[in-house]
Design a protein around this ligand. Structure first.
Ligand SMILES: N[C@@H](CCC(=O)N[C@@H](CS)C(=O)NCC(=O)O)C(=O)O
Length: 360
């Protein structure tokens, strides 16, 4: 039995748990032992959620490489669409879910009073054992840490708040358009794209009081999909689409205009050795966003996946992604992130999205 260290309200832990359940891999969910940070850093390089201790004694972290590793060990049912264009789109959507929707997810959780109260109470109990303080003070400290680091320092303020709010609504609408036509985003079974969207949609938007009510009212198909993902039974033959359907256009447009625009600006700032950068996303100006080496690597991976496509598939992807932001996938250079060059992940040392876990 594997041990999955994380939290029952964590973005990436929920994504991984949903995947392990689908693959029929037994695991025990345990709270992240924050008091043993030194041991965790020795095992996996970074304190983050989730971390997996396998029954063969090896440790894994970082959900995207974990999923791809487990796919190799347990190839059926596959979550990787066979068509190269659909497969590329799945990887792009996964990265959008992993990295772009993180900001709105943290904003809804920590900016809204009901949500902040609910989650700080939960986290203080679940993973706050290492903080020597009464429960109310643990809650205050956790809420302050999260709001300061992942809302304020991640660029959400008076000028950007409406845009951060809307980012969630756009994701709901775009997913609803696809789920009106099939049970999962790209076929009759969950793909990498669905697992990427499960991070934000399950343990944040689908669980925190404010966005969960919005989901129920505005996007019942997404609400239903979250439950379907959580209890996904193995399908004998996953049938993924053999081409990207027109109903994916809104999601692809959103991923390009937000996530890829941000990834390009982040990579440029990283190349200039800058700790912060400003970027205009869909007309909204974000200032002083923390630069991330990890996200330069995310972009490098997407560019590598694009470059590995044959000319015909590249042409199809370019035609599908005729939106602002997409060019960074195939044109220009990005600075090398110098991370995971030997493809050691999910084993060995991972890095946090920001510095030692929180933004500079
Ligand atoms: N790329 C990693 C990201 C993991 C991650 O950032 N997890 C968050 C919580 S869901 C975390 O542990 N953040 C660090 C912190 O809060 O100190 C993955 O996919 O597993």
């Amino acid at each position: 039995m594997w041990k999955v260290y994380g939290s029952s309200v964590s973005y990436y832990t929920g994504k991984l748990e949903a995947y392990l359940r689908y693959k029929g891999i037994a695991y025990e969910a345990l709270p992240t032992p924050y008091g043993e940070a030194r041991m965790l850093i020795e095992k996996v390089g970074a304190v983050q959620m989730p971390i997996v201790e396998r029954d063969d004694g090896r440790w894994m972290s970082d959900t995207t490489p974990i999923l791809l590793q487990v796919e190799q060990e347990h190839p059926t049912p596959s979550i990787l669409p066979a068509d190269p264009v659909v497969g590329f789109v799945a990887a792009l959507v996964e990265d959008y879910g992993d990295e772009w929707l993180w900001r709105p997810a943290m904003h809804y959780r920590w900016s809204y009073r009901r949500d902040r109260r609910f989650i700080s109470d939960h986290l203080a109990e679940e993973v706050g054992g290492f903080i020597r303080a009464p429960h109310w003070l643990k809650r205050m400290r956790i809420a302050k840490r999260q709001f300061t680091n992942f809302v304020v320092k991640d660029g959400v303020n008076e000028a950007t708040r409406a845009h951060a709010d809307k980012a969630y609504l756009n994701a709901l609408d775009a997913m609803s358009a696809m789920l009106a036509n099939r049970p999962f985003l790209l076929g009759n079974a969950p793909s990498l794209a669905d697992y990427g969207m499960m991070g934000p949609m399950f343990r944040h938007f689908g669980q925190d009081p404010t966005p969960a009510e919005i989901m129920r009212q505005r996007a019942p198909l997404v609400f239903e999909w979250v439950a379907r993902m959580w209890c996904a039974a193995q399908v004998d033959e996953p049938q993924f689409l053999s081409e990207v359907p027109p109903d994916a256009a809104a999601l692809l447009r959103e991923a390009c205009e937000t996530h890829l625009v941000q990834l390009a600006a982040n990579a440029a700032a990283f190349g200039r050795d800058e700790t912060h950068f400003g970027v205009t996303i869909q007309g909204c100006r974000y200032e002083k966003l923390p630069a991330s080496r990890y996200r330069v690597w995310c972009l490098e991976e997407l560019r590598r996946a694009f470059a590995a496509l044959d000319a015909d598939a590249q042409g199809k992807v370019r035609a599908l992604l005729s939106y602002d932001g997409a060019e960074i996938l195939w044109s220009g250079d990005i600075p090398p992130p110098r991370f995971n060059e030997d493809h050691h992940l999910p084993f060995g040392k991972a890095i946090n999205v920001y510095g030692e876990g929180t933004p500079p």
